[in-house]
Design a protein around this ligand. Structure first.
Ligand code: DX5
Ligand code: ZN
Length: 215
C-alpha cells in the first residue's frame, strides 16, 4: 500500500492543528514537514518549534524535509523536537555521511533527497546509509507546481537497483499521476495541494490506498 504524507506547506499555517486533524481523520500515514532556509531554496518555511508542537499533538510519523544548506546547525534540535524521519539534500556541501549516521544513531529514519536534475550517481557514496530516498518531482521551494515526469525514470532505476529502503516522491503529485509513480516503485507519496485543496481528502486517500505499490 502506498503511504501518503500530506505536506503542511499546503495547509493553513494559522490553523495547522485543524488541518492535521483533517489529515489524520482522512487516513494519512505520515505528516510531511517542509523546512526551508531561504538559501538552499528561495523560500522560508516552518521551524524546529513547529516540529516540537506537531510531535505533541499527533502520533503520526513526522517526515521532516530539510531544504537547508547547513542542516548540521539544527540536526540535534530537530531530533530533540521529535522528527521521525530527517531528510537532507544530496546537493549540499556538508558532512552528509556524518549527519545520516547521527540520525540513525538517534533511532530515526535517515533520508536523502535528490532534486529533479540531480543524477542518481550522487547517491552512490551514501545510499547504504539512507533508509529513505526522496525523489523531488518538482524543483524544491514551492508547492502547487507541475510534476516533472522525467523523474519517473529515476524512480524506476532506483527500484531496479535493488534499493530496499522507502522510495518517496514529492511535488506535483495528484491522483491522476500517482499510479504511474507507484507502478515504477514509489512507496511514499508527498501530496500538498492535491490533498489540502481536495473537497474529499478521505475518498482520495482511500482510492490511493487501494492502488498496488512499489513494484
Ligand atoms: C516543495 C516541497 C513539497 C511541496 C509539495 O519544495 O518539498 O513537499 O510542499 O506540495 P505539492 O504537492 O502542492 O506540490
Ligand atoms: Zn517536501
Amino acid at each position: 500500500m502506498i503511504k501518503i504524507a500530506p505536506s503542511i506547506l499546503a495547509a493553513d499555517p494559522l490553523n495547522l492543528e485543524k488541518d492535521i486533524r483533517v489529515a489524520e481523520k482522512a487516513g494519512c500515514d505520515w505528516i510531511h514537514v517542509d523546512i526551508m532556509d531561504a538559501h538552499f531554496v528561495p523560500n522560508l518555511a516552518y521551524s524546529v518549534d513547529t516540529v516540537r508542537r506537531l510531535r505533541e499533538i499527533t502520533s503520526l510519523p513526522l517526515d521532516v524535509h530539510l531544504m537547508m544548506d547547513h542542516p548540521e546547525t539544527l540536526l540535534d534540535a530537530f531530533l530533540d523536537a521529535g522528527a521521525s524521519c530527517l531528510t537532507i539534500h544530496a546537493e549540499i556541501d556538508s558532512d552528509i555521511p556524518g549527519m545520516l549516521d547521527k540520525i540513525r544513531q538517534r533511532g530515526r529514519m535517515a533520508g536523502i533527497a535528490l532534486k529533479p536534475n540531480s543524477p542518481l550517481t550522487l547517491l552512490e557514496p551514501i545510499i547504504e546509509q539512507a533508509d529513505l530516498v526522496l525523489m523531488m518531482t518538482v524543483e524544491p521551494g514551492f508547492g502547487g507546481q507541475k510534476l516533472d515526469a522525467r523523474v519517473i525514470g529515476k524512480i524506476r532505476s532506483l527500484k531496479d537497483s535493488g534499493y530496499a529502503g522507502e522510495i518517496e516522491a514529492d511535488g506535483g503529485i495528484r491522483e491522476d499521476n500517482i499510479e504511474m509513480l507507484a507502478a515504477n516503485g514509489l512507496s511514499v507519496a508527498v501530496m500538498g495541494t492535491a490533498l489540502f485543496r481536495n473537497s474529499d481528502m478521505a475518498a482520495c486517500i482511500e482510492r490511493i490506498h487501494q492502488m498496488p505499490a512499489g513494484q
